[in-house]
Design a protein around this ligand. Structure first.
Ligand code: ADP
Ligand code: MG
Length: 310
C-alpha cells in the first residue's frame, strides 16, 4: 500500500495587507495528496502561492485555515513530529555569515535535536561537494556553494521528505546537474520523498513523476507527468516549403501559421487528425515540401492551456 507523505485539506492563507493595501489571498482552499516516495513537482508562475504552501508544510508560515498532515502527523496535533519529517531548502540564501559550513550544519542539527553521535556533518558536506570548504568563512562561499550548503542543512535531521523551493532558479548548469543528481540519488537510494517547486517546466518534466499546477492560490490540475503531457495531445508539424506558398493549407482542426523563417507550422490534435491528412492538406494547397519535422508538445503548452482557461 502506498501512503501519502503529505495530505493537505482546505488550505487557506491570507496575508494581512500593508497600510492602504488589501489583504492577499495566497492560498484559496487547496486539497493535495503527495504520495510517499515520489518526486513531486509543484509548478506555477511567480506569485502562484508555491512558497507559501511549502513554507506552511515546513511550519515556517502559519496557515489561516485547513489541515496539513506530514508523514501521517497532523501539523496542529503533532507539531514536533510533523516538523521532524520534513527538511526544506528555501528559496532565499538565508545563511548566517559567521558560520563555516560545518558549523552551520552542526547548529542546524542542534536546532532539530539531533544528538551528537547521530550527526552526519562530514557525510553531508561530502555529498554536497563542500568537504574542502568545511572550515571556510561563509563570506568566501560562492552563490552555488551557499545553495549546496542550504541543501545540506535541509538534510541534517534525516527527514523522510525533502522540499526544495526553486532549487535551480538562477544557478549555473553545473550546479543544476549536481542538484539533480543528488535529488535523484536521495529518492532512489533512500526512498526520500522529494517535493520541488519550480516555474521551469522543463525541470518538472525531466525530474518529476507527478505534477500539481497552481495558479492564483488554486490548484489547477494534478496528474502524472506522462498524463499531463498526454492530456493535451497537441502535435506540431513544421514544413519547409520549396518556395513561398501562394495560399495556406486549410483543414478543420488544424491551426496554420507561417513562421518568420518561411516555415509552415501546423498544429493539431494527434488523436483527431492523422499526419497523413495534414500532409494531404499541404499538397492540396499546391505546396511542394522541401523538409518536414514534428515538434512535441511540452509542459509549456499544458501549462498555458490550463492556466488560460482559469
Ligand atoms: P510563489 O512562491 O509561487 O512565487 P508566494 O507563495 O511567494 O508565490 O506568494 C503568493 C502570493 O502571496 C503573492 O501574491 C505574494 O505577493 C504574496 N505574499 C507572499 N508572502 C507574503 C507576505 N509575507 N506578506 C504578504 N504577501 C505575501
Ligand atoms: Mg516562491
Amino acid at each position: 500500500m502506498t501512503h501519502n507523505a503529505i495530505e493537505i485539506r482546505g488550505l487557506r492563507k491570507t496575508y494581512r495587507g500593508g497600510r492602504n493595501e488589501p489583504e492577499k489571498h495566497a492560498l484559496k482552499g487547496v486539497d493535495l495528496d503527495i504520495p510517499a516516495g515520489s518526486i513531486f513537482g509543484l509548478l506555477g508562475p511567480n506569485g502562484a502561492g508555491k512558497s507559501t504552501m511549502i513554507n506552511i508544510m515546513a511550519g515556517l508560515v502559519i496557515k489561516t485555515q485547513g489541515a496539513v498532515r506530514i508523514w501521517g502527523f497532523d501539523q496542529d496535533e503533532n507539531p514536533r513530529q510533523s516538523r521532524a519529517a520534513i527538511g526544506v531548502m528555501p528559496q532565499e540564501l538565508n545563511l548566517d555569515p559567521f558560520f563555516t559550513p560545518r558549523a552551520a550544519l552542526e547548529v542546524q542539527a542542534g536546532l532539530y535535536g539531533v544528538p551528537k553521535p547521530q550527526r552526519r556533518s562530514d557525510e553531508i558536506l561530502e555529498m554536497v561537494g563542500l568537504s574542502d570548504k568545511a572550515e571556510a568563512y561563509a563570506r568566501t562561499l560562492s552563490g552555488g556553494m551557499r545553495r549546496r550548503l542550504l541543501l545540506g542543512k535541509a538534510l541534517v535531521h534525516h527527514p523522510q521528505i525533502l522540499v526544495l523551493d526553486e532549487p535551480t532558479a538562477g544557478v549555473d548548469i553545473e550546479l543544476r546537474q549536481m542538484l539533480w543528481t543528488n535529488i535523484r540519488k536521495l529518492n532512489a537510494e533512500r526512498g526520500m520523498t522529494i517535493i520541488l517547486t519550480t516555474h521551469y517546466l522543463e525541470e518538472a518534466e525531466e525530474m518529476c513523476d507527478e505534477i500539481a499546477i497552481i495558479n492564483h492560490g488554486e490548484l489547477v490540475t494534478r496528474d502524472s507527468t506522462a498524463n499531463l503531457l498526454g492530456q493535451i495531445d497537441s502535435k506540431c508539424m513544421v514544413i519547409e516549403p520549396v518556395s513561398k506558398p501562394d495560399r495556406l493549407p486549410t483543414l478543420d482542426g488544424v491551426e496554420v501559421t507561417l513562421r518568420n523563417n518561411g516555415a509552415l507550422a501546423l498544429t493539431y490534435q494527434a488523436r483527431a487528425i492523422s499526419a497523413e491528412d495534414v500532409l494531404g492538406a499541404v499538397r492540396q494547397a499546391g505546396i511542394a515540401i522541401a523538409d518536414v519535422k514534428t515538434e512535441q508538445a511540452d509542459l509549456e503548452d499544458v501549462f498555458l492551456k490550463l492556466t488560460k482557461s482559469k
